[in-house]
Design a protein around this ligand. Structure first.
Ligand SMILES: [Mn+2]
Length: 390
């Protein structure tokens, strides 16, 4: 008899359906504004990034899709799509980039100059063309726009221009495609940001149409923010389009999801379950992370396992007992039900369950023993390693 906590059949069925999209940029070199470290075996092109992402999926069964970033992943997209299918994964969300051109110093979609706005809108049109080739559903927009000094910018005028620009982009989408607008409270602008919070993103997307949604990046909030409240509210409003999972200690650290605060990840996923967002195709689970000092493939495996483990724990919450304690006005009993689930170690149960499905019980160990890393380090010599802006 197993002494491990029992995951109910419904919980196992939910876990089996779970999918988490990997970001192509997690496999390329990245760093801070101080230094980008090169590492052996790093992909030299989008094809090698897809191969590494497929390795994560083979070992975990959790990551069947890969998000791309334009222009970092520019290539022959029909060939890339075939390569992904050959490797057993699919191409996912397309991320636009309006933060690396000199023209965008004072904004892109919000810029005072109509010619700069035109350039930024046309870039999104090009991203939509890519989506038709890759079969992607979601266009994800994160804007680096804002100002550094009080008085520098007409904040209200920028909101109006943002709406006009987004409407043009939205109107260009195919019937099955969505626009997902990400918010971030600061950085690279330090005084004001044009899409700083979920409320602004919600206001902008609801003005566009039904296929415009909010993206919640877990690293894009001020310290102490109750992120699970935002999750609850966006699900309640039917506008939570996707998560960018990662974790933060200080700013937008892009560290491994669940690393800084596993309890926060548990609380977020509890609200996802409560709000009907788990395994709901309308709510995409994605990672937005960079692995600057750790092995990138292992970093991605650890990340999807962290999400799976906290999902399993959140599925263990005794919802009836919790509801009874809430109705009875018993805070300590309600909190105890919640904490019992959080403190349950599901790792042995998940390992057994993985093995029963033909997956490695320990995907981290399986990757280390697979020889995959040695192979790519031997094969990927010459050429330019992929990284930010490459
Ligand atoms: Mn993000």
């Amino acid at each position: 008899m197993s002494t491990h906590p029992t995951l109910a059949p419904e919980a196992l069925s939910a876990l089996e359906k779970q999918s988490i999209e990997l970001p192509s940029w997690a496999f390329g070199n990245s760093g801070t504004r101080f230094k980008v470290f090169a590492t052996p075996g790093t992909p030299r092109d989008p094809f090698e990034k897809i191969s590494d992402a497929a390795q994560v999926h083979r070992l975990t069964g959790l990551a069947p899709t890969v998000a791309l970033h334009i222009p970092w992943d520019l290539c022959d997209f029909s060939a890339l799509r075939r390569h992904a299918e050959d490797e057993g994964v699919r191409l996912g969300t397309i991320n636009s980039n309006t933060f690396q051109d000199d023209d965008y110093k004072f904004g892109a979609l919000t810029h005072e100059d109509a010619a700069v706005r035109r350039k930024a809108i046309d870039h999104h049109f090009a991203c939509i063309d890519v989506m038709h080739e890759t079969g992607s559903r979601d266009l994800k927009i994160w804007l680096a726009e804002g100002s550094n000094y009080p008085g520098q910018a007409d904040m209200r005028g920028r909101q109006d221009r943002l709406h006009e620009s987004l409407q043009e982009i939205y109107d260009r989408l195919g019937d099955e495609q969505r626009l997902v607008l990400e918010y971030k409270f600061f950085e690279p602008a330090f005084y004001h940001t044009d899409v700083p919070d979920w409320g602004t993103s919600y206001t902008q997307v609801t003005a566009l149409g039904e296929r415009a949604m909010v993206c919640l990046d877990t690293g894009h909030h001020a310290p102490g923010t109750n992120i699970e409240f935002i999750v609850m509210q966006l699900l309640r409003l039917g506008r939570l389009g996707s998560f960018d999972f990662n974790s933060r200690f200080y700013a937008d650290d892009d560290l491994i999801v669940g690393a800084a605060d596993p309890f926060q990840l548990f609380r977020i996923i509890f609200e996802v379950i409560r709000g009907g967002g788990l395994n709901n195709p309308d709510v995409a689970f994605m990672l937005d992370q960079c692995h600057n000092v750790e092995n990138k493939i292992l970093g991605q495996i650890r990340s999807v396992l962290n999400v799976q483990e906290m999902t399993a724990r959140a599925l263990l919450v005794d919802q009836e007992a919790l509801r009874a304690a809430q109705v009875a006005g018993d805070p300590l009993a309600a909190n105890a039900v919640f904490m019992d689930a959080f403190y349950t170690d599901v790792r042995p149960s998940l390992a057994e369950w993985r093995a029963a499905r033909g997956l490695p019980a320990d995907p981290m160990k399986a990757q280390i023993e697979s020889g995959y890393q040695q192979r790519i380090e031997n094969e990927r010599v010459g050429g330019q390693q992929a990284g930010w802006g490459a």
